[in-house]
Design a protein around this ligand. Structure first.
Ligand code: NAP
Length: 297
């Protein structure tokens, strides 16, 4: 531990189930050290049945902030006093500030997703984005792209009803402004991708350790003009991102989104700018060591 915990240390943490694979403690504790803040970030494994008690208990214990991860991002909402506009829009909370005015729920996933794009110079307004997958991360991505003025969003999904929920979200955020399509994983996907400026993998396909050579769609479907964004961050880069870069595509890995959503959460709690480079370096070093251990084992 590189942090001395005293009677004045402020506590933040993450509620998830399971939570043992979370990289957030690593990233946030590195940030607190770099910022010279007497804060510490800890994991809390909380089952769905214990969620209400955990949130009430966190307030009673004076915990300053929480991240919320699977499976609690929607279920936690009834226990909060206020939501930010971002959390209201996507009906999902991944960050809670426990303040004198009550518990405020925020969603930083969409902000993190967008920030990784915009710092690289991708301008969303007017573009066609294809999103692979229709789960929780896809919801944050669709919400962020719709709010930023994408002209067309195509979701490739196994379950049409999940894609329909994303259509409703896009329509709510940008009424009448988005040409939204939901298509299955077949030849139509290839045509949509040929027409898109941005393709986002919001499925776990390609994630280590299972089938890390698998690609969500063949790299041959991508042209050099397409921006390719993989939310998966292990391995870094994924086989798909590696192949996309070889085809000349601009690529963005999931580590960027992870860092930027964490940075936004940290600022929400502390009201201070987050040391983004420190947070990214802490994660990258850890993942590199983990990958080296996996190769060696
Ligand atoms: P989720 O809610 O379980 O959704 C996963 C989506 O992928 C679902 O729509 C699912 O289809 C689809 N899918 C899964 N396996 C598939 C397959 N073999 N073929 C086709 N579709 C498949 O998960 P999530 O929370 O959205 O997370 C998705 C990925 O994003 C994970 O790898 C996660 O680690 C990553 N992520 C990264 C960040 C970041 O900060 N970088 C943040 C959030 C998530 P069905 O709907 O048909 O089941």
């Amino acid at each position: 531990m590189n942090h001395t915990i005293t009677g004045t240390t402020a506590v933040v943490g993450v509620l998830g189930y399971p939570v043992k694979h979370s990289l957030s403690p690593l990233m946030h504790n590195a940030a607190f050290v770099a910022m010279g803040l007497d804060w510490v970030y800890v994991p809390f494994s909380v089952s769905p049945a214990s969620l209400a008690d955990a949130v009430r208990g966190a307030a009673a214990l004076g915990i300053r902030g929480l991240n919320v991860t699977i499976p609690h991002k929607n279920a936690v909402i009834p226990f909060l006093d206020q939501l930010t506009p971002e959390a209201t829009a996507v009906a999902s909370v991944n960050t809670i500030a426990l303040t004198a005015h009550g518990l405020i729920g925020h969603s930083t996933d969409g902000v993190g997703f967008l920030r990784a794009l915009t710092v690289r110079g991708f301008a969303v307004p007017g573009t066609h984005a294809v999103i692979l997958g229709a789960g929780g991360a896809s919801r944050a991505v669709v919400g962020a792209l719709a709010a930023q003025g994408a002209a067309r969003i195509t979701v490739i999904a196994r379950h049409p009803e999940r894609a329909a929920a994303l259509h409703a979200l896009a329509e709510q955020l940008a009424p009448g402004m988005i040409d939204f399509r939901a298509i299955p994983w077949d030849d139509a996907a290839r045509h949509a991708i040929a027409d898109a400026q941005l393709v986002v993998n919001a499925t776990p396909i390609g994630m280590a350790p299972q089938a890390k050579e698998r690609m969500p769609i063949p790299a041959e479907w991508l042209s050099a003009a397409t921006w390719v964004y993989d939310l998966v961050y292990t391995p870094a880069p994924t086989a798909w991102l590696h192949a996309a870069a070889e085809r000349g595509c601009q690529t963005i890995d999931g580590l960027d989104m992870l860092v930027y959503q964490g940075a936004e959460a940290l600022t929400f709690w502390t009201q201070q700018p987050a040391p983004i480079a420190v947070m990214r370096a802490a994660l990258a070093a850890y993942l590199q060591q983990a990958q080296a251990r996996a190769v060696g084992s």
